[in-house]
Design a protein around this ligand. Structure first.
Ligand SMILES: NC(=O)c1ccc[n+]([C@@H]2O[C@H](COP(=O)([O-])OP(=O)(O)OC[C@H]3O[C@@H](n4cnc5c(N)ncnc54)[C@H](OP(=O)(O)O)[C@@H]3O)[C@@H](O)[C@H]2O)c1
Length: 261
């Protein structure tokens, strides 16, 4: 049984992707455009968004900072007015700086909280009234949050990043409980390592690294299956999921052994 309405036909669907100027968001927006969706891409860098629009006829760019409430509300209103509805909303904006407790930086930690988590709340504030209105009219809609396997349990170097991703997973689960019965889809995307600007500075070998295009295929497949959690690549994420169920002492020992911290 699928947890969400399956999305197999993208033609004419309005998709708003926040965090779509590069990496996973851009690749997913591009794939959905190829499948016939009307794609609206957002991020801070207007020039990169414009490049996307040039290469994807019929798409639209709205440059904004996801933490800016006014800008997000204005964007949601513009999309709803122009397109009549918002079928699919994805929060893919994110930032990542490795951090350990021995070099704690409050500003960096708060920036992660703002971009990775608060931005998702700002998006909810902007789109929930429209999605609930659509639900009441029997039209549906889908909300997807891009989190990370780094949100499953504590990981080395993840002091600023991991807690924001754990919060997003919890947020998605709670949203599901409230919105599913109303006919709205809610999903959370938990990628392993994907080769993007976000991970370019990682000074270690990233196991099971995939391209943003491969990530996009997995994400769209997850929406087609009606999954709640979309995680990939399975050869990596399944072992991390298994670690979730270990006792604390076994988990800490396993992470220490595999990462050398
Ligand atoms: N790459 C991985 O291995 C991996 C693994 C698990 C999860 N993820 C998650 O996947 C998502 C996408 O990451 P990515 O790897 O594709 O990295 P990326 O290429 O750096 O993409 C991040 C996107 O977020 C946008 N962004 C950052 N701050 C923003 C803000 N304040 N307002 C609006 N947009 C903002 C960036 O655009 P601008 O800079 O133009 O604003 C960019 O479009 C993130 O949530 C990340 O945590 C990535």
């Amino acid at each position: 049984m699928s947890l969400n309405p399956r999305i197999r036909d993208w033609s004419g669907r309005t998709v708003w992707m926040v965090g779509a100027s590069s990496g996973i968001g851009r690749a997913t927006a591009s794939r959905l455009h190829a499948l016939g969706a009307r794609v609206v891409v957002s991020a801070r860098t207007a020039a990169t968004l414009q490049e996307f629009v040039s290469g994807h006829p019929g798409s639209e760019a709205i440059a904004l900072d996801a933490t800016d409430r006014g800008a997000m509300r204005a964007a949601a209103a513009r999309i709803a007015e122009r397109q009549g509805r918002i079928d699919h909303v994805v929060y893919c904006a994110g930032t990542y700086t490795p951090m350990r407790a021995t070099a704690f930086d409050l500003d960096v930690a708060l920036r992660h909280q703002q971009v990775n988590y608060v931005g998702a709340l700002v998006l909810l504030d902007a789109v929930l009234p429209q999605l609930l209105k659509q639900a009441a009219a029997g039209q549906g809609g889908h909300l997807s949050l891009v989190s990370s396997v780094a949100g499953y349990r504590g990981l080395p170097q993840s002091l600023a990043y991991g807690p924001t991703k754990a919060a997003l997973i919890n947020l998605a689960e709670t949203l599901y409980l409230d919105l599913h019965a109303k006919g709205l889809g809610v999903s959370v995307v938990n990628p392993g390592f994907v080769e993007t600007p976000l991970t370019a500075g990682n000074g270690f070998r990233m196991p099971a690294l995939i391209t943003p295009e491969e990530a996009a295929v997995q994400i769209v497949r997850g929406w087609a299956k009606g999954s709640f959690e979309i995680h990939f690549p399975k050869r990596f994420t399944l072992s991390l999921k298994a670690l979730r169920y270990l006792s604390d002492s076994l988990y800490f020992a396993a992470i220490r052994r595999s990462t050398g911290v």
